[in-house]
Design a protein around this ligand. Sequence first.
Ligand SMILES: [Zn+2]
Length: 424
Amino acid sequence: MKKKFVTWTIVLYAIYGLLLGLYFFQWTDIGVPPAYEGTAADPTTFMTEKELELSQEYSRYKNFLSFLGEPLEWIIYLGVMIFGASVVFKNFGKQISRFRIIQIPLFVLLLQTLTTILLFPLDYARRWLSVKYGISTQSFSSWMRDELIGFWIGFIIMALLITVLYFLIKKFEKRWWLIAWVLMIPFLFFMMYLQPVVIDPLYNDFTELQDKQLEEKILALADEADVPADRVYEVNMSEKTNSMNAYVNGIGSNLRIVLWDTTLNRLEENEVLFIMAHEIGHYVMNHLYWNLAGVIVATFFGLYFTYHLLRYATRRWGERLGFTKVSDIASLPMFFLILTMLSFLSSPVELAISRNAETDADQYAIEMTEDPDAAIGSFQELTVNGLSDVHPPALVKYLRYGHPTMMERIHMLESYQGIDVKEE
Ligand SMILES: [Zn+2]
């Protein structure tokens, strides 16, 4: 089985890589369709030739790497089971302690360590590319520090969830997925509540807005939409990147709008206000709560299907892969394999919903600011700074984009301008 697995993995992965290469470097054109040529969405109207060339190159390599990485996690989980690593991990845990409350987190730690090491080259390649094209300005040590923080936070959360889960599986053979789902709901609320005040500050410094003159205008805009002033933060991302961003996160009293300092430093005042209005849009339309509701529904189906698929996989292949019961911790790689595949399958739907919400936020922002020039300018600046592709290939749009493409966003803003002009 091992030899067959290795042979097939190499053959299929090579074909996959080849097809990806052809798709990104031969079959897809970069640039905008003829109908958009010469409009504000056409990068040739706002990028220098050099920037355009760099952005095309960068997008192609970045997309290629991103899609190359897609099946790697699945291959690792399969390999861990087929090569018997999951049995080794389990037995090691049994030698350390006879308590499952120790054995399960230890298994999670070993599996996560192996996965992280195997995926590290790809992670590093992504960073290397970003630094090479002048997007990331983060030093290797600072990047490594972020990676380690991510590793340990991931471990703490995962160890907790998996320990509870495997106790439930042992105790409630048929209903564990439903109980796990019910318990997940308060946990999701709790994590979203903690995110901005406990997790995010581990990576970056969050402060109130530094530029007092700009702050006044931003807060006036927030006030107009009844967003309390203490909800607006600035984060020192300029230490790590040249790209710009802003977002809303947290829930309840921790719900906040965060602007990257790169956005504040590089955009004109009116442009910053448009970005701010977009975030206010998310805030007032309760997108975070809708998002949370979506996650809860998705978790329900995810756990339900995982329950059935895991049972089937255990009956069919369990013995050969080192676990005869679902409650055996050696089945964890199979659990992760199923869950990550399901989440991949559902991602186009999630992303489509997210793109919809982003369009609504853009619409809200343009109606609030009524300044299409600033709005278009901000998106053009965002495109240049991130060397992004205004019109990515379909595969990238449907499998990666939580926002509409810049072509779609700028086009929408330009159309708004059209209507406005006619009314005058
Ligand atoms: Zn948004």
